[in-house]
Every structure is written in C-alpha cells, then in structure tokens.
Design a protein around this ligand. Sequence first.
Ligand code: KMH
Ligand code: ZN
Length: 309
Amino acid sequence: MAKSKTIITCAVTGAIHTPTMSDHLPVTQTEITEQAIAAAEAGASILHLHTRDPIDGRPSVEPDDYAPILARVKQSTDAVMNITTGGAPTMLIKDRIKAAVQFSPEMCSLNMGSMNFAFHGLAGRYDTWKHDWEKDYILGSESNIFRNTLADIRQAAETLGPLGVKFEHECYDVGHLYTLKHCMDAGLFKAPVFLQFVFGVLGGIGPDIDNLIFMKRTADRLFGDDYRWSVLGAGGAQMPLATTASQMGGNVRVGLEDSLFISRGELATSNAQQVTKIRRIIEDLGNEVATPDEAREMLALKGGDRVAF
Ligand code: KMH
Ligand code: ZN
C-alpha cells in the first residue's frame, strides 16, 4: 500500500496569543524570515505567517511589515506561504485581510466563528515583561471576543476567493464545521476545503482525542471527500495531537505560534526544532512528509508563480 503523505504546516510567530517572553520566538522581520526558512528546510511545506511591529513585537497586520519576509522567504524556499487573517482579536476583518489582498498568497487562514479567545492565565507565569504593552494585552484577553461573524467570513471569501487564495479554515469547535458547510452551500468556498482543527484554545474545544475523533467524524459527514484536514493543538497538546492526527491520515501544524515548548517544561529553541521533531515522529511511524509541490497538489493550490510578492 502506498504510504500517505503528511503536510507539515509551521506557524512561525503568531501574535494573537503568543507571548514574546521566550527569547527563541522570532519577532523582528529578520528573525521571522530566518526561522521560516529554517522551518521549511526542516520539512514544513506550508508556512503560516503573522508579522509583528519590529520595535516592540506587537501584533501587526501592516503589509509593510510582511513585505520583506515574503520576498526573502520566497527567494530561499519553495514553501507555500499562508498569511493570517486572524491578526489580533482587537482588530477588524477589513484590516486583518489587508496583507492577503495586497500579496495574494497561495493560502491564508480564516477563522470560522466568533468566540472567546482567552489566554489571560499566561500572565501568572511571568514576573517581568519585555514590552510595556504585553501584560495588559494578555490580561485583557479575559474580555476578548474574537469576532468572526458570518458577514466577516463572507467578506474575506468574496475578497480573497477571486484572487485564487485557498483558505486554512480554522475550526475551534464543532459548530465551526457547520458554519463552513453553510458557507460552502452558499458557494463561498471551493472543494477541496482545508480544515485546521484547533484544540486547546480557551473558548474552543478541549485537546482530547475523543474531540479529535468527533471533529473528524462530523467533517466526514458534512464534507465527504470534499475536504483535507490538519490538526493544531495549542500548548502541551501540540505534539501528542499532531502525532495522533498523522496516524489517522491527517496533516499537522506545529510552530512557536501555538506552543513555545519542545517538551514538557523545555522551551523550543526554534520553529525548525519543532518541525524536525514532528517529522521524525511521522517518519518513524511509517508515513512520509509532503513536499511543497505535493502539498499544492493535495490542496489544489494556485501555485507559487501566481502570488503578488
Ligand atoms: N494560533 C491559532 C490558535 C489565525 O492566524 O488566523 C490561531 C490562528 C488564527 O492561527
Ligand atoms: Zn495564526
């Protein structure tokens, strides 16, 4: 039997819920670029990219803060570039899609429902802060509503769909699958859709294997053969859930955006270290990792020659 190929996505820096407190988290454009290239060399075929204010690491959605990263990563790798439209929970969709509109990447993320998105518990881990803004941002997440209304989703679909951008549909709970089904029935998204099941965000579904099976079965029922899927476990759930997903025939996402750690209590020293670890697990357990071109074929992407950067 042919071995199945597993797509590794690496989410390089995040910004929504990723504190800058690890010295290994890339923050400047140079750091993000270097870690993205190293992650691709380690085996990530998709790079999920946020950007940050280069001075103080705040979440940024400014195209100018993406431009040097996209250009340099493209020069050095063949990886699929996936720009977030998540931005930060304090931002509106019109701003969150700006960079994807300008650069027309092969992929961008799309969050499939409004929700609580809380990470205030992280504040208790730190006594001192690198940046003035960060303590209030993290504590303030207890009051966050991460707004992704049906109208927001439609706006992103109608703006980016005609550019041929494929979405990484971030589904944090089972209701988000039904929202996606509704949108597909309305003609907003083309099959195969790419689902990123997200586990372990406070406000979304918990990181239990029962929940992974439940999400997968629900997606099978709703989408049949019209979907591909991947799993993202936040924090300590990252490697265990990625391992399980890869054994179930799914794809995986790792990266410092979703966990700053390489194992319990030990900070990851880079994104590439996490990619190398999950790649080793995938290969040791008998599967193969997809190249960027194989990922393009599996997800029916438009191709790296049709981007605007
Ligand atoms: N870090 C994920 C849990 C986005 O960028 O659109 C959330 C995320 C959202 O990746
Ligand atoms: Zn993200």
